[in-house]
Design a protein around this ligand. Sequence first.
Ligand code: ADP
Ligand code: MG
Length: 256
Amino acid sequence: MTDVLRVNDVTQRFGHGDAAMTALDDVSLRVRRGETLGLVGESGSGKSTLARAILLMRKPTAGTIEFDGVDITGLRGRALRRHRRRVQMVFQDPNDSLDPRFSVARSIAEPLVAAGVSPKERRRRIADSLDRVGLPMEAAGRYPHEFSGGQRQRIAIARAMAAEPEFVVLDEPTSALDVSVQAQVLNLLVQLQNETGVTYLFITHNLSVVHHIAHRVAVMHQGRVVEEGTGEQVMNAPEHPYTQRLLESMPVLYRT
Ligand code: ADP
Ligand code: MG
């Protein structure tokens, strides 16, 4: 399998002088096309900062990020807009993906309008993406507050998938949901990957979730990737003391 994403020695610092802090410290990571890389680590370890760098929401202090073999850190104009279409994001809080004032149809259409997709094709994609996430077509005319948390996250996923992305960054997409709903959303994500071949970077602080969904796992701690391997390697034979502690803090149910 080829790498669709390569993060090369990326450092992200915030602030200056005494107030400076290093959120990402020389992070390198590879994600293969069609796989799910689970990125785990406790709150504050730098996961969302890495997500924002991949989405080009902030230029890293140092290092490069290659997408499909091209360094994207210096992209501008058309090339940047093209990259933005190929990579979509789903946030923990659906309110970060969905504007409460917009109908579901408008939320899903927004990235498509920006991408220059025709109105006819937009209508087709709205219907298709709602169907794929298991929501009725009538949902299109309704507003986020009319839905449950799990349904809102389905809408956020429909929005991301309607752009027909190659890569989706999912930043704690199930962390705010009830356990039973979490499993449904995880299963939906697996199904969508099987149907479309999309690649996922799945961010979570929960190792049991990662075990459920990821082909490979990277563990972050204090801005560094301290461990990388298959789910089995990381769960059964963790090398780094931090990963061992993370495993010990998990419910026994999920240990293998
Ligand atoms: P995680 O997603 O793993 O919880 P984050 O990437 O959000 O962690 O944050 C990593 C560290 O970087 C935290 O200490 C956070 O306070 C800091 N940080 C993140 N974004 C900024 C910012 N824009 N300015 C200053 N510090 C930031
Ligand atoms: Mg975060």
